[in-house]
Design a protein around this ligand. Structure first.
Ligand SMILES: Cc1ncc(COP(=O)(O)O)c(C=O)c1O
Length: 381
């Protein structure tokens, strides 16, 4: 059968081939981002109790009121941001929330600015809907915002931009000043800002998370995306959300209904219970554990003569691998896998051109013993 043009826009071939090659040698897969800490008891028990209590049928497509309220309360508690529960749409992961938001707000041929290196799903979601990504490169190791480059890429067709904060794959955490500059820029060109804040709790050193919703010029023009996959280690539960003005949420809800109907009912209660019961110490510990893992693995990369860009947030590290044999990122990633048994993602997965040719990305959200073994092997590279 002839496939649609759309299906040719969504391949992740190199990530898949790395995973296959890694599995074939029973290696350590640091290519894929699966947060593997234990799920908090509160979250599991909340979902289990909900199932027993009969919360097993469709929910409103926007999500259960209890979860929408818990998300609104969380925004107040963490960021002093006041939102109404009606501004929240619960979807099938942040992935579903982003897809729904793009469906509701973009037309084919609308241009959307992505910062490079980007998260592949952002690009694929846009292209699958006929939107046209344009690119502004941030340079390692600082990934500093370049306002001139941003201005240079705007055209009359530019409708939106995406910021990933903290960023996958670079680990960049945007400062308030940077977000304010983005806010003024978005205002000047009348752009929507999709702010993917999936890793909001994964912060290192003195990094702080500034949500786009706390920037006055962004408040009415941003769609914030986040979810529970990473923070509660429930990537398979498929629970995420968007926060946007009510009129946008209403439009998104129609599309969410069409695609997903609703997010899993009892699991929504599990996430709500997690938000309601887990204290600050849970989130601090999560960041502390990942900071330790970041340091452990980045030290090993440095010892191996590679040049990691030290992430300030999220749990990935982009590393320069110029010194590894191979003609490009894929060959270099394969060489690392062959020599150490550790899989990474070839850098071009995060760029629209060859800029990632000398880079790979490792995900260090692995059990400590596995990470220690991976670090030991990388040192021998
Ligand atoms: C930046 C970013 N956004 C969203 C997601 C996916 O989130 P979810 O599991 O809620 O769909 C990921 C997962 O890797 C991610 O890295």
């Amino acid at each position: 059968m002839r496939l649609s043009e759309r299906s040719s826009h969504v391949e992740q071939s190199h990530i898949r081939s790395m995973t296959r090659a890694c599995n074939a040698i029973n290696g350590i897969n640091m290519a894929q981002g699966v947060c593997d800490l234990e799920v908090p008891r509160e979250v599991i028990e909340g979902a289990y109790a909900a199932m027993n209590e009969g919360i097993n049928i469709y929910t409103p497509t926007e999500g259960l009121p209890r979860l929408r309220s818990a998300i609104a309360t969380k925004m107040k508690q963490f960021y002093e941001v006041e939102i109404a529960p009606e501004q929240v749409l619960v979807s099938d992961g942040a992935t579903g929330a982003f897809y729904t938001a793009c469906m509701a707000l973009l037309n084919p041929l609308d241009e959307v600015i992505l910062f490079e290196p980007y998260y592949g799903y952002h690009r694929s979601t846009l292209t699958s809907l006929g939107a046209v990504p344009t690119y502004v490169r941030l340079e390692a190791p600082e990934w500093k915002l370049d306002m001139e480059a941003l201005e240079a890429v705007v055209t009359p067709k530019t409708r939106a931009m995406v910021i990933c904060n903290p960023a996958n794959p670079s680990g960049k955490v945007y400062t308030r000043t940077e977000l304010e500059m983005i806010g003024l820029f978005a205002e000047k060109h009348d752009l929507i800002v999709f702010a993917d804040e999936m890793y909001e709790h994964f912060l290192y050193g003195d990094a702080v998370h500034i949500t786009a919703l706390s920037i006055p010029s962004l408040k009415e023009r941003c769609v914030v995306l986040s979810g529970f996959s990473k923070v509660f280690s429930i990537t398979g539960w498929r629970l995420g959300y968007a926060i946007a003005p009510v009129s946008v949420i209403e439009a998104m809800a129609q599309l969410n209904d069409l695609i997903y109907v609703c997010a899993p009912a009892p699991l929504q209660i599990g996430a709500a219970v997690g938000l309601e019961r887990l204290g600050d110490d849970y989130y601090t510990e999560l960041a502390r554990i990942h900071e330790h893992k970041r340091d452990l693995f980045c030290d090993a990369l440095r010892d191996a003569g590679l040049t990691p860009s030290i992430p300030m947030g999220a749990y990935y590290v982009m590393t320069d691998v110029s010194r590894v044999a191979g003609n490009d990122d894929f060959e270099k990633a394969m060489a690392i896998l062959e020599r150490t048994g550790v899989a990474s993602v070839p850098g071009r997965a995060f760029y629209h051109d060859d800029a990632g040719k000398n880079m790979v990305r490792f995900c260090y959200s692995k059990p400590l013993s596995v990470l220690e073994e991976a670090a030991e092997r990388i040192r021998r590279l």
